[in-house]
Design a protein around this ligand. Structure first.
Ligand SMILES: [Zn+2]
Ligand SMILES: [Zn+2]
Length: 162
């Protein structure tokens, strides 16, 4: 938004050895303003910001920025990758199964304790990825309103396989 911010981003890219382009700046800005966006959402957002840009250029910029550690890519099982600029603290994520909204959740015990595996099997660990799946408050509330109304699927919770 402000001129100062873009100068900052500019320096950030340089510091990380990323060649500065308007497209990369716009992609970085989009991922910073809307953390946990999917590549396609970032593409839509950047296009409204700077006009003509190809989908491939956005993907390339995301790849370059992720590569250089400016962005973090989160790859939840069975859903498209998300991007955020909160890097380096190895925080975790909560994802709503219903609306797929994703929010940050800090490590339970301070700084990146999850990198200290109970048994590392001799691996040199540099990343731990923990994703909590569930329902966000809105979707949970919406679902319980629905289940208060009489409906077919409102039976007792069975414990057999479905
Ligand atoms: Zn939800
Ligand atoms: Zn996050």
């Amino acid at each position: 938004m402000s001129r100062g911010k873009s100068v900052e981003d500019d320096a950030l890219l340089r510091r990380h050895g990323v060649r500065v382009t308007a497209q990369r700046l716009a992609v970085l800005r989009a991922a910073s303003d809307r953390p946990h966006s999917k590549a396609d959402d970032i593409y839509d957002f950047v296009r409204t910001e700077i006009g003509a840009i190809s989908r491939q250029a956005v993907y390339d910029a995301l790849a370059a920025l992720t590569d250089k550690g400016l962005l973090r890519r989160i790859r939840p099982a069975g859903s498209p990758a998300r991007y955020e600029n909160r890097v380096g603290d190895d925080h975790h994520h909560l994802i709503c199964r219903t609306c797929s909204r994703m929010v940050d959740v800090d490590c339970a015990v301070g700084d990146t304790p999850c990198l200290t595996a109970a048994d590392d099997s001799g691996y040199e660990i540099d990343e731990a990825e923990v994703v909590f799946w569930g329902r966000c408050p809105e979707c949970f509330a919406a679902a319980s309103v629905k289940s208060n109304q009489p409906s077919e699927g409102n039976s007792e919770r069975g414990d057999g396989p479905t």
